[in-house]
Design a binder for this molecule. Structure first.
Ligand SMILES: [Zn+2]
Ligand SMILES: [Zn+2]
Length: 400
């Protein structure tokens, strides 16, 4: 072998082939993280055929050196302790820039024996894990470096560097940082998670982080018709090949036309769909009434109401001091907005305080009756629709 072979690689691939190879390998790594580590191992949202599990484990060992147990444990801890001092990577606690650019360091700092013991249950502990992937985690990425250099010569080192950077930056930095900082929220779950973009292609669905924190056990991360989850597209393909089986894809609700009484079935159906119910309250009750009040208000109040819908509908634990003062001014200026704001808080508290039995049903009935007594049409229409909620007959996950 002469020097030119090393410079251009043994095969002599062209630059376009090298670019396609780099993008494809990074994409497969991101698919492996979202489908295997995240949705399968950490959340048990889908089952994977053993052959698929072995492929993903081998690929992740080759391209990241990450251990399934470590990733699973740190991620589960993030869900349990989101936005607290013990969250392994909250930009609300540590700031966005440190998580975005040094996300991998925060991830490494979170790895302790206690965390692995408490949150790492149910992860692989077979021969491969104990004898190869665990003790020789560097061997995989070193083998990939050799392969890259054999294929592309000295440029292979650049390919390898990009492959090594895609997870620390895209997955650890962007998802853990931006996903709790910038973007839109479909649901008021009790943390700062946000959907970064609706077309989740680059990071294979992980961009839809507010949807994920709302329904962490769902195999599908898109919920709106205009959202796209690349990871879910791959799961559907694996499902057709008999390699994957989604176990849960989010709550389902059916409607019983003409139903006007609230029984345990209604209560369960509404409880099960509570995040969408609260999102509908924001759109169907709060938004039109804020708009109605704006039309008849003086210039000062119109300015006050400009961004009020979002602030009036934020999860109470996420409202800061400035927003709380804003809410006081809004409800002080408009009795009708005061009523719907208080009814919203009461509805949100029902799910967290009243258990899941007859007490919850009674509290829900009382809330509905009081909402109807306010005489506010949008609130009455909302309650009438809630009364038609019923638990659907079982729906197979792959029918979604
Ligand atoms: Zn998160
Ligand atoms: Zn998760």
């Amino acid at each position: 072998m002469n020097l030119a072979d090393w410079w251009y690689g043994l095969v002599g691939f062209s630059i376009p082939v090298m670019v396609v190879y780099t993008l494809a390998t990074c994409h497969i790594t991101l698919v492996s993280v979202t489908i295997y580590l995240h949705r399968h191992s950490a959340h048990r949202a889908l089952e994977l055929h053993p052959a698929a599990q072995h492929f993903f484990r081998f690929w992740l060992w080759m391209t990241t050196g990450m251990s399934t147990k470590v990733w699973t444990a740190v991620h589960r801890k993030h869900h349990v302790l989101t936005e607290t001092e013990d969250d392994p990577h909250s930009p609300q606690i540590y700031g966005l820039a440190p998580i975005l650019f040094r996300g991998a360091e925060y991830y490494r700092d979170a790895i302790t024996d206690e965390t692995l013991e408490k949150y790492g249950r149910g992860t692989p502990s077979d021969w491969l894990e104990l004898n190869l992937y665990g003790p020789h985690s560097v061997l995989g990425i070193a083998s990939l470096a050799v392969l890259d250099v054999l294929l592309f010569g000295t440029l292979g080192a650049t390919v390898w560097a990009l492959q090594m950077m895609c997870i620390p930056f895209l997955a650890a930095g962007v998802v853990n940082g931006v996903g709790h900082y910038w973007g839109y929220r479909n649901f008021e779950c009790p943390d700062a998670s946000r959907n970064v973009v609706p077309w989740a292609i680059l990071i294979c669905g992980e961009e839809l982080h507010n949807n994920h924190h709302t329904y962490p056990n769902s195999a599908k991360l898109s919920v709106k018709p205009w959202e796209f989850d690349m990871g879910w597209a791959w799961i559907r393909l694996l499902q057709r090949l008999g390699l994957a089986k989604p176990l849960y894809t989010g709550p389902k609700v059916a409607r019983a036309d003409g139903k006007t009484s609230i029984d345990m079935d209604t209560t369960w159906a509404v409880l099960n769909d509570r995040f969408r119910v609260m999102a509908r309250y924001a759109e169907e009750v709060v938004a039109p009434l804020v708009e109605q009040e704006r039309k008849h208000a003086d210039a000062f109040t119109r300015r006050l109401l400009r961004r009020s819908k979002h602030i009036l509908c934020r999860h109470d634990t996420l409202v800061n001091e400035r927003q709380r003062r804003h809410i006081s001014e809004v409800v002080g200026a408009s009795p009708i907005l005061k009523t719907i704001y208080e009814k919203r808080l009461e509805l949100a508290q029902l799910w967290s305080e009243k258990g899941r039995g007859a007490e919850l049903m009674e509290a829900f009935r009382t809330w509905c009756a009081e909402a109807e007594e306010t005489g506010i049409q949008a609130l009455s229409d909302f309650v009438r629709d809630l009364k038609s909620y019923t638990t659907p007959t079982p729906v197979r996950a792959h029918d979604n």
